[in-house]
Design a protein around this ligand. Structure first.
Ligand SMILES: O=C(O)CCC(=O)C(=O)O
Length: 307
């Protein structure tokens, strides 16, 4: 959707009216219907999940469909984790749950894998690069994000983590069905020179339509304080969407503050600490003043990958 939309937006840039139209929900839906390069099932999900009724029907239908059990390993890789019932209660009430800490040895191995992996810079996707974890500066001019897609396919520890019995059980209970591995990602984020309030797809409030339901683990792979682009969630917004929310999948910071000021939660953490979130809740990565590395493992109801 991103590439297709980006090329249309490039064409439309010359006209203010077209530029405004291209950023509306209406245009987003049209782009999604027309994005013939994506599987039909995915496009149907992207359109129907915007309706509270259709989404809830789709969730119910997915829950009654028989599926093979998601394979899990014997032992958890988390040194600390909230008890399962608490994790599910928090996720259901707030849309996120913290207090998860990765075991030191697993963290060490993932960091080692990161130091050898090739990350894809957003500005130059054809030239993947190795990232120097010690360097604070962006690896290229204007580069905001460098991604390692599907690290579970080449890193054994990430694969084990994706099959962690605790994590899979959280996903299973929260989704109410056998989960599907939706995607894994590790990425570095770098400062955008636009200052505090920038609205790039990376750093603005939004909710994701990754599937009818999707739950994600985020683990910080660098220490994250207020300067390092913490993940931010708007508590309690993971449920049914109001008309305003349906037509504003993306929010500016001012809109978020005005509507949900007291519910904005900034999730700080040390290297190896993390949280699970429902990606249907409004969230964002803050524009960092110092680079940040994060790992994400997402489970969903039907969709195996996010395009
Ligand atoms: O980088 C972050 O903390 C936010 C990531 C995000 O918005 C997303 O994965 O949808």
């Amino acid at each position: 959707v991103g590439n297709f939309k980006a090329s249309i937006i490039r064409i439309a840039k010359r006209s203010n009216l077209l530029r405004w139209l291209a950023n509306t929900t209406f245009a987003e839906v049209v782009f999604e219907i027309l994005a013939w390069n994506l599987p039909l099932k995915y496009r149907v999900m992207r359109v129907t999940t915007r309706s509270n009724t259709l989404r809830s029907v789709a969730i119910r239908l997915s829950r009654i469909r028989k599926r093979e059990a998601f394979p899990t390993s014997d032992e958890t890789l988390f040194a600390f984790r909230p008890p399962l019932p608490l994790a599910i209660d928090e996720l259901s009430a707030k849309g996120f749950c913290g207090g998860i800490v990765l075991a030191e040895e697993c963290l060490r191995q993932i960091l080692h894998a990161c130091s050898n992996a090739k990350f894809v810079p957003d500005k130059d996707p054809d030239h993947p690069i190795c990232i120097d974890a010690e360097s604070d500066s962006s690896p290229g001019e204007g580069v905001l994000v460098c991604r390692w897609r599907d690290p579970h396919e080449s890193c054994e520890q990430v694969d084990k983590l994706a099959h962690d019995p605790y994590l899979v059980e959280v996903a299973r209970r929260y989704l109410g069905a056998e989960p599907v591995l939706n995607q894994t990602r590790i990425w570095w984020s770098y400062p955008h020179q636009g200052g505090e309030q920038v609205y790039t797809p990376e750093y603005g409030f939004h909710y994701d339509l990754a599937d009818y339901m999707c739950v994600r683990l985020f683990l910080y792979l660098t220490d994250v304080n207020d300067d390092c682009g913490p993940h931010v969630v708007i508590e309690g917004t993971q449920g049914k969407k109001t008309f305003f929310e349906k037509t504003h999948r993306r929010l500016t910071d001012d809109q978020a503050l005005a509507r949900y000021g007291s519910k904005i939660r900034v999730l700080l953490g040390r290297q190896g600490e993390g949280f699970v979130t429902d990606c249907f809740a409004y969230h964002k990565g803050t524009n960092p003043r110092k680079r940040r590395c994060i790992l994400q493992i997402a489970y969903s109801l039907t969709v195996q990958n996010t395009y």
